[in-house]
Design a protein. Structure first.
Length: 256
């Protein structure tokens, strides 16, 4: 069995703390501030969520960000979208990170401390979603880079807020404020920023007090449909994203 001490300090972009009751707080960051997502974090988070899921002493997981955003900045460093082997790595990691989040078989709380402009699918795989008034959602980078949003947002947003709303959100790069996201069903509570983590831990401690198998098996029961959606669609969506990336590469080469 994986033990907390074995991985607590293994991930440079995740600060991990755990209470005596088994509530694990995972704060994503870059150098202590807000996370800048890149190819290295894309790879790292596969192992991060796997390690969390393998640790049977975790009773509840809180996923949050650092600074003034949950995730709103991306850097192309470490990504290779434009070669078959490079994109094979992205596709494999993209599938595994989603399945590894779902393989965390204890309740998950997303405490969104600010804007979520990329990889909002991580949050949508949590069981409870808390936001601050400053939280906004958008799928920004895909169309900015000219590629298909196929990494899971295409599957989860239509599932969570409805097919028509979800497709509109992605196609128009709609910005959803916290209250609209709550009205649509993508957020459970809106909490002042200075109370966000306290509220997340309050809920988490109540869940951690459940019998261990009850908490674990409830998460499994509640995510069966999401597992099916991800299993059936993630690889295909990422493949379409890769084809569009190859076309972008061709167009860039022709323009030179």
């Amino acid at each position: 069995m994986t033990r907390f001490a074995d991985y607590q300090n293994s991930f440079p972009n995740a600060r991990l703390t755990r209470s005596a009751s088994g509530v694990l707080e995972v704060a994503l960051h870059t150098d202590g501030g807000k996370l800048v997502f890149n190819g290295h974090t894309h790879e790292q988070f596969v192992d991060l969520f796997h390690a969390i899921g393998e640790d049977r002493d975790n009773r509840v997981v809180i996923l949050t960000g650092s600074g003034d955003a949950f995730m709103d900045a991306i850097d192309p460093e470490g990504f290779d979208f434009f070669s078959p082997m490079g994109y094979d790595k992205i596709l494999r990691e993209g599938r595994k990170v989603l399945s590894n989040i779902l393989d965390i078989e204890v309740p998950m709380i997303a405490a969104l401390n600010g804007p979520v402009l990329l990889h909002s699918e991580y949050a949508l795989l949590a069981d409870i979603i808390l936001a601050t008034p400053e939280t906004v959602f958008q799928d920004k980078p895909h169309f900015d880079f000219g590629i298909v949003p196929g990494d899971g947002v295409n599957l989860l947003w239509p599932e969570v807020i409805g097919s028509v709303r979800g497709r509109y959100f992605i196609l128009t790069r709609q910005v959803l404020d916290a209250q609209t996201a709550k009205d649509y069903g993508a957020v459970n509570e809106i909490v002042p920023a200075d109370q966000l983590l306290a509220r997340a831990h309050e809920i988490a401690e109540s869940l951690a007090a459940l019998p261990p198998l009850t908490g674990r098996y409830t998460r499994i029961a509640l995510t069966q449909k999401l597992r099916r959606i991800i299993d059936e669609g993630a690889g295909y969506g990422l493949a379409l994203e890769g084809i569009s990336a190859a076309d972008v590469a061709r167009r860039m080469a022709e323009a030179q």
